[in-house]
Design a binder for this molecule. Structure first.
Ligand SMILES: [Zn+2]
Length: 305
């Protein structure tokens, strides 16, 4: 099975050719995210050239995108990016444009980048233990959560958007001192722990966050909010595994802090061992593209079983 996989991110798109297993990336390229009119033709060109050079055709397409996106197959705007703060991408028919470029490829899947990653993680963790409910959180440029429940990705009215919920403010991080950076909500979770938000507290740029010491109080504050997210997920969708990934989580000391804070917040009310439940991404920074491939693989299997 030859898969064309696209991870649509706010900063860059990753395009990849994947064979059989979602992790089996045989070719990969990163493309800067500009406007749809500039970026999408580059995406299509990559796959068309690959087909030509290797005399092959793709069996399935998987697109995992930043959101919000329209996942309702009965909607006229199915496959569109909808109300994003990235204005050039608002109401963009991302799925349709890429499909068209690939000759209206018949087998395809479209979901949020985090739902795709949640599916890929569930496949991975099922190798060791039976996992049919899992949450994948990304903490980077934005904050997003994908959820697989009883082996199904959660869709409904929309799709999970758990980056934009409010939690109590951490000690030493009051609203008076820092109002948050979300253009829609101010101090929602994303407005408090996305890379731009953490950087703004230190008056540095996001790429300089790596220079902040492990012992800095900033990481305690970030862990407090992310612990709240984990406790909320554990209490609502009851995942067996919560994977936390994204650029910020390269600061690996955060894992222990989040596990400890989550344990403290739960206060023995639920018998949840957060030291087991909260895990690092087994695919590192490739979670999104492997997720896109997993979506395509699932669509192919559903069609051909
Ligand atoms: Zn928000």
């Amino acid at each position: 099975v030859l898969i064309a996989a696209v991870e649509a991110g706010g900063t860059s798109f990753v395009v990849a050719v994947v064979e059989d297993e979602a992790q089996n990336i045989v070719d990969q390229k990163s493309i800067d995210t500009k406007t749809p009119a500039e970026t999408l033709p580059e995406v299509v060109q990559y796959f068309v050239e690959y087909q030509k050079a290797n005399s092959c055709t793709f069996d399935a397409l998987g697109v995992a995108s930043f959101g919000p996106v329209d996942l309702n197959k009965n909607s006229e705007t199915y496959g569109y990016i909808t109300s994003t703060p990235k204005l050039a991408w608002k109401n963009c028919d991302i799925l349709g444009t890429i499909r068209k470029g690939l000759g209206n490829i018949a087998t395809f899947a479209f979901d949020t980048d985090v739902n795709g990653a949640a599916l890929a993680m569930a496949i991975h963790f099922s190798g060791e233990q039976k996992v049919d409910s899992l949450a994948y959180c990304t903490v980077g440029t934005g904050v997003g959560v994908g959820i697989l429940s009883n082996n199904r990705l959660v869709h409904g009215l929309l799709h999970p958007e758990a980056g934009h919920v409010y939690f109590p403010r951490a000690e030493g991080d009051s609203k008076e001192e820092f109002q948050g950076t979300c253009p829609f909500h101010g101090d929602c979770l994303e407005g408090l722990v996305a890379s731009a938000s953490l950087a703004k507290r230190k008056q540095i740029s996001a790429k300089d966050l790596a220079s902040i010491d492990d012992n800095d109080k900033l990481w305690e504050i970030a862990a407090f909010y992310l612990a709240h997210l984990c406790v909320m997920l554990a209490s609502t969708v009851s995942p067996q595994v919560i994977v936390v990934g994204g650029g910020i989580m390269q600061r690996t000391i955060l894992f222990q802090k989040i596990r400890e804070q989550a344990t403290k917040l739960t206060n023995n009310y639920l018998a949840i061992d957060y030291h087991q439940v909260i895990q690092e991404s087994p695919f590192g920074q490739n979670a999104g593209i492997i997720g896109a491939a997993a979506l395509a693989q699932q669509a192919y299997q559903t069609k051909n079983q």
